[in-house]
Design a protein around this ligand. Structure first.
Ligand SMILES: Cc1ncc(COP(=O)(O)O)c(C=O)c1O
Length: 384
């Protein structure tokens, strides 16, 4: 099997597939496809919600990057997650989920799925003992894990989580947005389905929304593909094309994101103004040993607790190269305060319990020159 860089460039874009030998997948805009006779109306491409050649090319590339057989692509990460929940759950089912999750995922679980009689139990999935007890007690249909998690960069042992989930007949779903397939391949570690917000590192340029569900299981894939078409929250062809273009450089970008994130994490750790740094690449991170075992790199996300709201606010407003904005995974560095921005929808008492206070700052470290990022951050830390 080819390496990640080769797969990222070639899969889905083979010139022999295209009549003129295009070396990149062409953008197919047609929403419908004409047939010569009634006998052919169900053959090949029929209607673009069901299948479209540009989206097909991307789905092949995404599956290849995760070392998987199948992928389906959606109009956003949340559209992928909503489709997965509609495909797999029914009234009375339970989700056991990690307690540190993207706020939008939590909002969907708690405020939307509850209306359909689906129960969600949040637990600390980084503790095998806590996880085993929760799975035994609640017997969920799905165990939902983000690792590294958003925004506290918690690490869950995926081999252990998959063993425990399968013991009680649950499916392990892993949101791999932060790590990307370059740094972690959850299906190889026992996960059943991988979720991505393509909006982030995979597209990589902060100019397109997208989501994906990836699996090796043909039955699960058939269910997901059926619901992809039935629900219709699909990725449009121009957006699929942009993601295809971005994904080609994903392995190269991830190395530099990581190099810069390490420099930022170390700088923050050396500052007396910072109470605590969360980065799985730091040896004193509680998940470092597991991360070293199951990941090929630690990623580009860093969080830091500045201890109080005023100090965090002054830091994010002082920075020049790190733009104050939600989202992550683009070439440009971003900074945000989760309690006020990405995780504002998490109830305040829950945020406090988890350690997501107004002093917590999350950095999406971009691809700028390391020295320039260090200079910007050093200047602002000195001014606090
Ligand atoms: C870990 C994670 N999963 C899913 C999502 C949702 O993706 P999207 O914004 O593409 O809907 C996000 C968005 O920030 C995220 O950070």
């Amino acid at each position: 099997m080819a390496g990640d860089r080769t797969r990222a460039i070639h899969v889905g874009e083979e010139p022999h597939r295209h009549p003129h030998g295009d070396v990149v997948a062409p953008l197919h805009m047609a929403t419908t496809f004409a047939k010569e006779s009634l006998g052919e109306v169900e053959q090949g491409y029929v209607y673009a919600r069901t299948r479209n050649p540009t989206r097909d090319a991307l789905e092949e590339k995404l599956a290849a990057l995760e070392g998987a057989r199948f992928a389906t692509a959606y109009s956003s990460g949340m559209a992928a997650i909503a489709t997965l929940l509609l495909a797999l759950l029914k009234k009375g089912d339970t989700i056991v989920a990690g307690d540190d999750l993207y706020g939008g995922t939590r909002r969907l679980f708690t405020h939307v799925m509850a209306k359909f009689g689906v129960r969600v139990v949040y637990v600390d999935t980084t503790s095998a003992h806590v996880l085993a007890e929760a799975l035994e007690e609640h017997r969920p249909r799905i165990l939902w894990v983000e690792t590294p998690s958003n925004p506290l960069l918690k690490i869950t042992d995926l081999r252990e989580a998959s063993r425990l989930a399968h013991e009680v007949g649950a499916l392990l779903v892993v949101d791999n947005t932060f790590a990307t397939p370059v740094f972690q391949k959850p299906l190889e570690l026992g996960a059943d389905i991988v979720v991505h917000s393509l909006t982030k590192y995979i597209a990589g340029h902060s100019d397109v929304l997208g989501g994906a569900l990836i699996t090796n299981d043909p039955k699960l894939h058939d269910m997901l593909a059926f619901h992809q078409n039935a629900v219709g929250a699909v990725l449009g062809a121009p957006d699929a094309w942009l993601v295809l273009r971005g994904a080609k450089t994903l392995p190269l970008r991830m190395r530099v994101h990581e190099e810069n994130a390490r420099a930022v994490a170390e700088l923050l750790q050396d500052s007396a103004k910072v109470k605590r740094v969360y980065y799985p690449g730091l040896p004193d991170h509680p998940g470092h040993v597991v991360a070293r075992r199951q990941m090929r790199g630690y990623g580009g996300m860093v969080s830091a607790d500045l201890g109080e709201a005023g100090r965090a606010a002054r830091l994010v407003e002082c920075l020049r190269l790190f733009h104050l904005a939600e989202s992550l995974g683009g070439v440009e560095s971003l900074v945000e305060i989760p309690a006020l921005m990405t995780h504002a929808s998490v109830p305040p008492e829950e945020r406090r319990r988890l350690g997501i206070g107004e002093g917590l700052v999350r950095f999406s470290v971009g691809l700028e020159d390391t020295d320039d990022l260090v200079e910007d951050l050093t200047r602002c830390l000195e001014q606090l």
